[in-house]
Design a protein around this ligand. Structure first.
Ligand code: PLP
Length: 411
């Protein structure tokens, strides 16, 4: 990854209030030193092995492969991380960095609550104080996650301003940080936000791609033809893609939330649709879903983790350079892919991850059994039980899932 002062091509940067300059300078320096210290990487690998089941397996999905009769399908199992998703890779890494900087408190914002739970877990493990900002609306929608954050020792602050959702929580967390930066670190959850966060989070998540490259060569004897990953902010995608960015023969495909369809206006496809446009918000420059006045649009996805207006500046750069291709999967397609994966492999992907499965299923039949593809399964679907139950009880969804299943059958 070529990083020029936090810019990836024309994207990224650090658009921050002046009061935070010194904090960001300190963070940049701490990260640069840690990155160049082999002992730090070793400590990180050791921690992830001992606390979070790494290396996660690369599972051969023979039943799905036989079903489609095309490329051999492999699934990278980020669901087997502690707390059930790739988010652990990032928060534990930042935890080690906080310890190195000598700070004692962490704060974070969370929408659906997954990043909040991961951060609260890390704080408990390292003995940090922890405050999680969450829109009041989200606090009501995500009771179980709020419960666990509190039980893990974090303070959850419901944010009552604005639309009482994620973007208001982000503002509130930044307000806290300005007042507390001497002893507090802000744990950003994905490869977005001001420099150095995109690069730093990508560096921790690269553990996925480094493992996957070694595993696929061991198990299949050569590199895969294609790699699929869902894209919210972009951290699990950047994580796996980094293992293969230099291999031009490996095609990289990012899958965004198609929501109700790209024509519906109710989606979160910043790069796969024509609705995204360049902008600067939340401290960085990227393609946003926004109106003509630069007001952030209301996005929609059945998967809370993909329901976000911005996208990693690193991915936007690689998209612009045509190194990564982008696609979208709709809410209903996601349910059909989930259904098939559960029945064929006994694996329950998170709704977010299932987006990557949809695009892989669309394309794998055209490929040869001498080729392999990897689907990055960013997390497990247990958290989505009520959403999935609701979808499978809805008659129109049921029909779609049945029809889609037949379509898959005939491919
Ligand atoms: C948070 C989350 C995502 C989206 O985040 P990225 O930064 O795009 O990876 C995807 N999948 C799962 C399971 C998540 O919890």
């Amino acid at each position: 990854m070529k990083n020029n002062n936090g810019y990836f091509g024309a994207w990224g940067g650090a658009f921050i209030p002046e009061v935070l300059y010194e904090t960001f300078r300190e963070l940049n320096q701490a990260f640069e030193e840690a990155k160049n210290d082999p002992a730090f990487r070793r400590e990180y690998i050791e921690l992830m092995g001992n606390y979070s089941c790494r290396p996660t397996p690369l599972t051969r999905a023979d039943n799905l492969s036989d079903h489609f009769g095309g490329a051999r399908i492999f699934i990278k199992r980020e669901d087997l991380n502690h707390t059930g998703a790739h988010k652990a890779n990032n928060v534990m890494g930042q935890g080690l960095l906080v310890k190195r900087m000598g700070k004692r408190r962490v704060i974070a914002e969370t929408g659906a609550g997954q990043h909040g739970v991961a951060t609260a877990t890390m704080a408990a493990r390292f003995g940090f104080d922890c405050t999680i900002y969450m829109g009041e609306e989200d606090v009501m929608r995500q009771r179980p996650n709020v419960f666990w954050m509190e039980k893990l020792g974090a303070e959850v602050v419901p944010v009552k301003s604005g639309s009482r959702t994620l973007k208001d929580a982000i503002n509130e967390a930044f307000r806290d940080w300005v007042a507390s930066m001497d002893d507090t670190h802000y744990v950003l959850g994905t490869v977005c936000g001001p420099h150095p966060f995109p690069e730093m989070v990508a560096w921790f998540q690269s553990i996925i791609g480094i493992e996957a490259k070694k595993q696929i060569v061991e198990q299949f004897g050569k590199l895969p033809k294609r790699i699929y990953a869902c894209v919210g902010g972009g951290s699990n995608a950047m994580g796996i893609f980094q293992g293969f960015l230099d291999q031009a023969s490996v095609e990289l495909i990012g899958v965004e939330a198609g929501g109700h369809g790209l024509d519906s206006g109710r989606h979160a496809a910043r790069l796969a649709s024509d609705d995204g446009s360049p902008g600067v918000a939340q401290g960085y420059k990227t393609m946003f879903l926004q109106d003509d006045d630069g007001q952030m649009a209301d996005t929609h996805s059945v998967a809370a983790g993909l329901d976000y207006v911005g996208v990693s500046p690193i991915l936007t750069d690689l998209w612009e350079k045509k190194r990564i291709r982008f696609a979208a999967a709709t809410d209903t397609e996601v349910m059909a892919a989930l259904d098939l994966t559960m029945k064929k492999e006994g694996i329950i992907p998170a709704l977010e991850s299932a987006h990557a499965f949809v695009q892989a299923f669309r394309e794998t039949g055209d490929m040869s059994p001498n080729e392999a593809i990897i689907i990055n399964m960013s997390g497990r679907g247990d958290k989505d039980i009520f959403t999935i139950a609701h979808a499978f009880n809805d008659p129109s969804w049921k029909k779609f899932i049945r029809d889609k299943g037949r379509e898959y059958e005939s491919e």
